[in-house]
Design a protein around this ligand. Structure first.
Ligand code: HEM
Length: 133
């Protein structure tokens, strides 16, 4: 009978002398393979405590590697115990109420046009003041 492991039980095996991996819903005890892994033991250790399927597939392992895996297979993972994939959720843009945005924009426009006119007005006023003297 296939043993079904809970993720919490698998993730504690994350050391050099006790290393389990979760790949494609299956659990592998690769402790004895660490020193022989052509990709090194570090990558295997960093692939513990999570679903390592993507890590494993990203490397593009050969059929030989997939055949070799069977040697280390110790059971299946209870998929309901796997932590949820951290998904990227784009920040929801705050939709300001029409009123507040409307008046905000209106002020911006007024200031945009008004400030150069004010500066011009001030300059003209100063000039006429000095011209009088
Ligand atoms: C039971 C699990 C695993 C087995 C049996 C295994 C086996 C192998 C084998 C036989 C190779 C030599 C190349 C090939 O035949 O594809 C290899 C290379 C490699 N593996 Fe794994 N592997 C396992 C898991 C992983 C995991 C989880 C990672 C995580 C990233 C990984 C990363 C690598 C890397 C980086 C290489 C080197 C690729 C290269 O330099 O060409 N392996 N593995």
């Amino acid at each position: 009978m296939t043993k079904v492991h809970a993720f919490s039980e698998v993730s504690v095996h994350n050391k050099k002398d006790d290393c389990w991996l979760v790949i494609s819903g299956k659990v592998y005890d690769v402790t004895s393979f660490l020193d022989d892994h052509p990709g090194g033991d570090d990558v295997l250790l960093t692939a513990t405590g999570k679903d390592a399927t993507d890590d494993f597939e990203d490397v593009g392992h050969s059929d030989d590697a997939r055949e070799l895996m069977k040697k280390y297979y110790i059971g299946d993972i209870d998929s309901s115990t796997l932590p949820a994939e951290p998904k990227y959720t784009p920040p929801t843009p705050t939709t300001p109420t029409a009123g507040s945005q409307g008046s905000g924009n209106l002020w911006k426009i007024i200031l945009q046009f008004l400030s150069p006119l004010l500066i011009l007005g001030a300059a003209l006023a100063l000039r006429s003041l000095y011209q009088k003297e």
